[in-house]
Design a protein. Sequence first.
Length: 231
Amino acid sequence: MPGTILITGSNRGIGLEMTRQFADDGWQVLACCRDVPGAHELRALREKYAHVRLFQLDVTRYDQMTALSKALWDQPIDILVNNAGYYGPKGVAFGQVDVDEWRKVLESNTIAPYKMAETFARNVADSERRVMAVLSSKVGSIADNTSGGGYIYRTSKTAVNQVVKSLSIDLREQGVSVMALHPGWVKTQMGGPNALISVEESVAGLKKLLLGADLEHSGRFYNYDGSEIPW
Ligand SMILES: NC(=O)c1ccc[n+]([C@@H]2O[C@H](COP(=O)([O-])OP(=O)(O)OC[C@H]3O[C@@H](n4cnc5c(N)ncnc54)[C@H](OP(=O)(O)O)[C@@H]3O)[C@@H](O)[C@H]2O)c1
């Protein structure tokens, strides 16, 4: 077996396609999602590939995270992918921001990836590849912000980029590489039908980055095509 990858939010969109592509390459995939019984496409993958294992995980439920870490206590994790994400209300302009939604988005997009890192750092450090990644977004780049707005989602991704940077410094001694990844504008429920690329294309690019990652790439922000994005 080439290795073990843990993916959050693996029941649809980018997470589901990542599960499919890594499973197809023979990886053990620890596929996590909120509603395992309702995850029909993911369960179909489980039927096809014996090395796909399903786990219940709402990334904002730390009791579930702790239970999962106990279930995976002796399991080295080569690649940990914080993919689960929530956009929050769309088209919200200055003056219309719902702060309760903002807190919810920060909880899933910023705090949860940090908690995942804290919970599973030992498993990743015990593996061969020792890679962590967060699905961030180009809209979290301050340098790239020329259009304003998007207060809720933008700040959640900007903040998680800072989490990635600090993790890359704090976990370097253990040989763990930590990257922020932009998947492109992808045709998923979040990206919508007008998005520019398919999940297959996005994940093929992300997979290359994940498989090529080492400490030289740690603490950096990459587009799915391998180019670097300014913070
Ligand atoms: N699509 C794009 O164009 C794009 C661009 C830039 C960045 N991204 C980022 O890429 C990642 C994946 O996006 P996507 O396009 O695949 O989105 P998506 O189709 O909306 O899927 C989001 C996934 O996250 C899961 N999720 C949300 N909140 C969760 C929670 N609290 N606990 C566990 N799982 C949760 C969802 O599970 P449920 O089915 O249970 O809701 C679903 O599996 C996200 O982090 C997103 O911000 C996407």
